[in-house]
Design a protein around this ligand. Sequence first.
Ligand code: HEC
Length: 190
Amino acid sequence: MRKFTIVVLSLLISANVVSQTDVKDTYNVLVDNTGNISLPKEYRQNWTFLGSYFVQSAPTPTGETSHDMHTVYTQPYAVTHYRKHGNFPDGAVLIKEVNATKTEPLTTGLASYQDAPKVIFAMVKDTKSRFAGNAAWDEGWGWALFNPGDPKSQTTTWKGEGLNNCFGCHIPVKANDWVSTQGYKSVLGK
Ligand code: HEC
C-alpha cells in the first residue's frame, strides 16, 4: 500500500511539473536573451486549440475580399492557469494562424474549411518587463509575426510600422489584457 501511494504521489508530482514546463520553457526555448521570438514547433499537435474566428477580410485596393479562418492555440498549462486565476501566466504564448479557406458543397451543406496558412501571429506574456529596449515588447506582451515556413519573427519590419500595427488593432480589448477572449470561452471558462 505504501509503495502504491508513493507511485501515485510521484506520478502526480511529475504530471504537475510537466504541465508547467510548457510556460516555464518559453524564455529558455522560444525567446532569446535580447527578446527575439521564435515560432514554437508542433503547437498544432501538442498545444490546446482555443478557438477560431471566421473572418471576411477588409477589401484590397482592388476591392477583393477573402474569407479566412483564424485559429488560436496556447500551451495546456496556460489554460489551466487561466481557468483558475482569470489571466494568462508569465510565459503563456498565444498563436494565431490566419488560414485561407476552401469552400465546397458537402452532404452537410455548403462547407468552408481551413487551407494553407497566410501569416501567423504570436503574443508572449511577460509579467516582468524583461525587454524594455526592444520594440516588439510592450503592454505586458511580446508581439510577433511569422511568414509561414519561417520561424523568425518579422514584427519590427511588418508593413514598416511594426508594433503599432498590432496595438492599434487590439485597443478594443485593451481592458481585457489585449486578448479577444470572447472567442475562447468554451475552453477558458470565461
Ligand atoms: C487588423 C487588425 C489587427 C491587426 C493589425 C493585428 N491584430 Fe491581432 N487580432 C485582431 C483581432 C480582432 C483578433 C481577434 C479576432 C480575430 O482574429 O479576428 C486578434 C487576435 C490576435 C491573437 C490571438 C489572441 C487574441 O487576442 O484573440 C494574436 C496572438 C494576435 N492577434 C497577435 C497580433 C500581433 C502580434 C499583431 C502584430 C504583428 C497583430 N495581432 C495585429 C486584430 C488585429
